[in-house]
Design a protein around this ligand. Structure first.
Ligand SMILES: [Ca+2]
Ligand SMILES: [Ca+2]
Ligand SMILES: [Ca+2]
Length: 506
């Protein structure tokens, strides 16, 4: 046997053994008597590899099917394919071994579901299996109608569940459940947030029939202080999307005390200032699944670049103006967080420096879980070091420290060098333009001419709100000759009226 044959045999055997160890998990179908329904009911239960041979107690994940589906839909290989997804996540170490209970709750109204789950399903599972029984060892998730059920159980009985996943679902805007929930959350949002370890909210893009209801539901949750982690996958309202939701939710489960309560800290202890440039390789410290999510251990760049070498983010040497480093090998759904400090409340423009050899790429930016730039289309620059700036205009930011998160969209691979927030002045918004004031050219390269049909004063502020130039009792003036490049707020006061303009020196 030559070396190549030995290698192939070894690889084949290795594959075979890996398959065998997967197969040691099992799906069992069991029956229990439900007092709520006064009937005997079925459920599928996933028991992880090792369950039958050890004495360990496991955390438990309650996973709900959707409307028109049954307890076996998640485990049908053509639908949820849940066993393979769980086997893969557990055997690769991405999530902890767990019991997964998939009860039969076809089209149960959310409040009926909550009674069935809490009074019958959970007590049965916890007396039948070696299930841990503390809140932080219980998770629940559901798709579509099952998502509505989960919103009911998870939000009213937040004392029972530390983790919650809603896939392609949301309240019907304006109906009774929606109105009652809004009132309930106004009084209980803070307590729920204190108890919740991770709330995953997945949608299948704008082609998902639940998209608008989901967007509104997230808005209500966030407005009441609940942190929502939003994930979007292609596939619309289908298992294409929900299988990815299951895969991506699993790594967050049962991590409390291990991952989720470890806070991010800014790179080298120094928050990025807004307005200003944020080099994207200067993401927060805290490691994978805390400060960022990267799906490959170590660096995919060969040879690896000598920069933050103990992290999993894939950093390349950058040949853009200014050099430095850029993010490479960014995969769909990967994200990075940056502790930022916004100097002034106001409107900002966001420049994003990208290189991309391909089409159809997008990225999104959130600040403290609120979207500020969603699905920004990335141009094809026809080269991985061919750099271009794209701009998102008119972003409202509030002053103070917060976390910026950058997320790669559904298509992998965008190279990213830096972002720059360019700001306007605190509390001064551009207002109605006076028809009697002339201002040209704007943007300008050397000077901008001001003209009014009566005497006026002006004040010019930089993005930090500092007064950089002023004059009074003038009719006409050219200004800006000594300014640095960037945006400024120009206030013109005449006859007791004030007008504010944004001017830009190029
Ligand atoms: Ca990596
Ligand atoms: Ca990566
Ligand atoms: Ca950079």
């Amino acid at each position: 046997m030559n070396l190549l044959s030995k290698l192939i045999l070894y690889l084949l055997l290795g594959g075979l053994f890996a398959t065998k160890s997967f197969a040691a998990s099992s799906i069992v179908e069991v029956s229990y008597f439900s007092k709520t329904m006064n009937s005997t009911r079925k459920m599928n239960v996933y028991l992880p590899d090792g369950y039958t041979t050890n004495t360990t107690y496991y955390p438990t994940f309650y996973l709900m099917h959707g409307g028109g589906q049954r307890y076996y839909t998640w485990t049908n290989t053509n639908d949820g394919n849940a066993k393979a997804i769980l086997d893969q996540a557990i055997s690769s170490g991405k999530t902890k071994p767990m019991i997964v209970a998939m009860p039969d709750v076809p089209d149960f109204a959310p409040d009926l579901f909550t009674r069935e789950l809490c009074n019958d399903v959970i007590p049965f599972v916890e007396k039948t299996y070696r299930a841990k029984t503390d809140k932080d060892s219980r998770a629940l998730a559901g798709l579509s109608w099952g998502g509505l059920q989960v919103l009911d159980a998870g939000l009213y009985r937040y004392d029972l569940f530390g983790y919650m996943g809603v896939f392609s679902s949301g309240w019907f805007i304006g109906d009774n459940v929606y109105n009652v929930m809004k009132t309930y959350l106004a009084g209980n949002g803070t307590k729920i947030q204190q108890s919740m370890r991770y709330l995953y909210y997945g949608q299948g893009g704008t082609g998902d029939i639940a998209y608008n209801n989901g967007a509104e539901t997230m808005k209500v949750l966030r407005a009441n202080g609940i942190k929502v982690n939003y994930w979007e996958h292609p596939g619309g309202h289908s298992f294409v999307c929900w299988r990815l939701d299951l895969r991506d939710f699993l790594p967050f489960l049962f991590q409390y005390g291990l991952v989720e309560d470890k806070p991010n800290t800014p790179y080298k202890g120094l928050a990025h200032t807004i307005p200003g440039i944020i080099q994207l390789e200067e993401y927060d410290e805290g490691g994978n699944n805390v400060a960022y999510m990267d799906d490959s251990p170590g660096s995919e760049v060969t040879p690896a670049v000598n920069y933050r070498t103990n992290e999993d983010v894939d950093i390349e040497t950058c040949t853009d103006n200014g050099g430095g480093y850029n993010l490479g090998y960014t995969k769909a759904g990967e994200w990075l967080e940056y502790t930022v400090n916004v100097a002034n409340t106001g409107k900002y423009d966001l420049d994003i420096r990208v290189a991309c050899d391909g089409t159809g790429r997008t990225l999104s930016v959130d600040i403290d879980s609120v979207s500020i730039a969603k699905d920004v289309a990335i141009p094809n620059t026809a080269g991985w070091q061919v750099w271009q700036t794209i701009t998102v205009k008119g972003i409202n930011l509030t002053a103070g420290p917060q976390i910026m998160r950058l997320t790669i969209g559904a298509q992998s691979y965008i190279n990213l060098n830096y972002v720059e927030f360019k700001g306007m002045v605190t509390g001064i918004e551009e207002n109605d333009i006076s028809e009697f004031i002339q201002l040209y050219p704007n943007p300008f390269e050397s000077e901008v001419n001001l003209k009014h049909n009566k005497l006026f004063s002006y004040k010019l502020y930089n993005v930090l709100g500092q007064l950089v130039a002023h004059d009074h009792n003038i009719e006409e003036k050219a200004i800006g000759g000594n300014l640095d490049k960037g945006p400024y707020a120009l206030q013109i006061i005449s006859n007791g009226e004030s007008f504010v303009y944004k001017i830009i020196k190029k």
